[in-house]
Structure formats: structure tokens, C-alpha cells
Design a protein around this ligand. Sequence first.
Ligand code: HEM
Length: 181
Amino acid sequence: MFGTGARLFHWSIALLVAVQIPAGIAMTSEPLAAWADPLFVLHKGLGAVLLVMVLCRIAWRLTHPPPPFPDYMSPAEQRVAHATHVALYGLLLVMAVSGYVRTVGDGYPIELLDAIGIPPLVRSMPEVAAVMLVVHRFTVFALVMLAAAHVAAVIQRGWIDGHPVMNRMWPPFRPKEDDAK
Ligand code: HEM
């Protein structure tokens, strides 16, 4: 069973990404142009929070080894699950860093960071920002596909095969009765 720290990181980042993706699509859609400004402010602000959270989560994961995979997963399934989890961390990091560099490197503000007095952490670099825009737009496809595969695996093991997989990560606070496990 995962501890409370890993659970809180997992569900808060999942929630923020679930807001971030539709906000990103909506703010760049022509029919929703009237909403673009507030959606950009929201997306850049949440994105900056996500960047910090993803870095903290990776640090947490490196210093807090996860529980072993359950016995009902074959060695091959365990390898695929591990690779999926590593790739999800990598894609989240690429999304957050590319979004930040695309914005700040092109001279745009991040209103939330300006409001709390955090200066731009990268200098103006429009050529790199242009590459980061492409990276940001393409990486989201990989992230959505992998997240869908991750959810599908949980549904298959939990609901179809009947294994208690969900209680490894849910609820967000580790229940007291799990402390012995
Ligand atoms: C995990 C974190 C993030 C996710 C899932 C995400 C998702 C998205 C999505 C789906 C889009 C629309 C792409 C398209 O037009 O096809 C987008 C665009 C954008 N994102 Fe993010 N984003 C993240 C982090 C960030 C961060 C940290 C920033 C900046 C602080 C940021 C700034 C932007 C900007 C400026 C655009 C518009 C790009 C353009 O068309 O010029 N994003 N994002």
C-alpha cells in the first residue's frame, strides 16, 4: 500500500492535469476566443504549480520506494507497469518544463508567479520557446494515451479480474488499518 504522501501527490496531480488539459485546449480554440485571456492566466498559473509539484513528486518517489507489485501480476506485467509509471513521470515533467520555457522564453508573463514575486527563471530565448511549443503540443498526446492505458489497467485488474488494486492508492489518506501491511 502506498503511503499518504504518495497518495496525495498522485490525486492532486491527477486532478490538476484533468483541469489543465481541457483548459489548454479551450484557450487555444477559435470558438472560445472570448474566454482565452482568463483561461491562459489559469493554465499558466496551474502549470507553474504543477511544475513545482511534479519536481517534488519525483524527489518523493526517489526517496520513498513504492510498495512491491502484488503477486497476481506476472513479471512481464510488472515490467510494463513500472515502465508506464516512469514514462508518466517523464511526460509530466516534459509538459510542465516545455510549457514554462515556451511562455517565459518568449517573454510572456505568468501572472501567478508575478503576483508572488517569483522572477523569470529563464532568459528570453524565442527560438527555444518555439521548439518548446511543438514539444508541449505533441507531448500531451503521449500523456493522454499513457494515462488512458494506466486507467484501463486499473479497471481491468480491479473490476474485471476482481483484484483489490484500487486500495493501493485510494483513498488519498492511507487508512490506519493499512499501517500493518
Ligand atoms: C502537466 C502540465 C501541463 C499540461 C497537461 C498542459 C496541457 C496543455 C494543452 C493540452 C495545451 C493545448 C495544446 C494545443 O494547442 O494543441 C496547452 C497549451 C499551452 N500551455 Fe500547457 N500544459 C501544462 C503545463 C503548462 C505550463 C507549466 C505552462 C506555463 C507556465 C503552460 C503554458 C501553455 C501555453 C502558453 C499554451 C499555448 C501554446 C500556444 O498555442 O501558444 N502549460 N497546454
